[in-house]
Design a protein around this ligand. Structure first.
Ligand code: GLA
Length: 363
């Protein structure tokens, strides 16, 4: 009898199956998707992913918009959706300088809180939000982006009012609120050496104090040619020496010209026509050559992740498809970027095929 070895169609197989022996494959969902208004995205979710992150709905400003007002409507739907589809559910994020309302740092007359009052407020937030989903949200980005490019603590209200131990306190409260939850520190730009050293110093310091930190999240908002894989490798090896889980938590590959993410948000229309063209070169579609560059870039990165799969526990994409990605509206709004594996019509791109191929070729 002749047996035919069928090569399985990767698009039918799904990413989570391709990587089932390696790491979880996650994706960030937006409010529309969580509320059931984007069935095409949910179909992709079910087929390809086994972990979800909330793009915005668990940030402080969304879940705790006013002093005595928590709004859990979207977050409840998010967790229910994750349970329905048996996803690993991630929480993002408890303590951050951004998307946190000003009132958090002030008393009712608008005066700055003191250390004790702000710690109390932080604790209330962490206990209330984590407590509500105790045992249901698997892991939390407890603190996001606390270290600057020069390795020092980011100048922000948390630091100014509480002091450097605000990070420690956040992790301690989080551990108390749900001892079964995994607790992560999440950050970007690790290729900046002083910043990476600053994060390592911070985690070592927390570990030396017996504070529970289960993992470090590398956001992964990258470009076609930056950072180089060798740079990523260098910091992944350094971080892995901490003995914590390593995750890529917000992956996307921007194909548009670099514009510093820390700069003031601007609208594309504020530039003259020449500059608009420069900053937004592909307003209608992505040329084949760039599509190919994107596929090659994804392939080299996933080749690296796969090679170091003993270090990575999860790779999460920061949108289901191109049309959802923040990279078209920050730091310049009105651009058209193409950073994901699925296009605006929800179709898998050559980058998707390249990712699957690179891994299949290694098996
Ligand atoms: C950071 C945050 C994300 C998202 C992106 C883009 O990476 O962690 O939640 O807000 O910025 O804005």
């Amino acid at each position: 009898m002749i047996t035919v070895n069928r090569v399985e169609d990767p698009r039918q197989l799904g990413l989570k199956k391709v990587f089932r022996d390696d790491f979880n494959i996650g994706v960030a969902l937006n409010l529309n998707q969580i509320s059931g208004n984007d069935p095409n995205a949910i179909a992709i979710l079910k087929k390809h992913f086994n972990s979800i992150s909330p793009e915005n709905i668990l940030k402080w400003e969304a879940v705790h918009p006013k002093l005595n007002k928590y709004d859990f409507e979207a977050a409840d739907c998010y967790v229910a959706l994750g349970e329905k589809y048996k996803m690993q559910i991630i929480g993002h994020t408890l303590v951050w300088f951004n998307q946190t309302p000003d009132w958090v740092f002030q008393d009712e007359s608008g005066k700055s809180l003191d250390r004790e009052a702000l710690l109390e407020r932080m604790k209330d937030h962490i206990f209330t939000v984590m407590g509500r989903y105790k045992g249901r949200i698997h892991g939390w980005d407890v603190v996001n982006e606390a270290i600057m490019a020069d390795g020092s603590f980011r100048k922000c209200k948390w630091l100014e009012i509480i002091g450097e131990d605000y990070v420690q306190k956040a992790f301690e409260y989080a551990h108390e609120a749900d001892p079964s939850a995994q607790l992560y520190y999440n950050e970007y730009d690790f290729e900046k050496k002083l910043k990476c050293e600053g994060v390592i110093r911070l985690i070592c310091d927390l570990q030396s104090k017996g504070v529970c930190v289960d993992g470090v999240g590398i956001q992964g908002h990258w470009f076609l040619d930056y950072p180089r894989v060798n740079e990523i490798k260098e910091y992944v090896l350094a971080l892995s020496k901490l003995g914590v889980k390593i995750m890529v938590t917000e992956m996307d590959i921007g194909v548009l010209p670099f514009y510093p993410v820390d700069s003031q948000a601007v609208d594309l229309s504020s530039f003259d026509p020449e500059l608009q063209k420069k900053h937004n070169p592909y307003p209608n579609n992505l040329p084949d050559s760039v599509q190919k560059d994107l596929a090659n870039r994804y392939a080299e990165l996933f080749s690296f992740f796969h090679e170091h799969r003993d270090k990575f526990s999860r790779i999460t994409f920061w949108a289901v498809h191109d049309g959802q990605s923040w990279r078209s509206y920050l730091p310049i709004s009105g651009r058209t970027d193409y950073p994901m594996l699925f296009d605006r019509q929800y179709k898998a791109k050559p980058a998707f095929d390249a990712v699957v191929k690179i891994v299949q070729s290694k098996k």
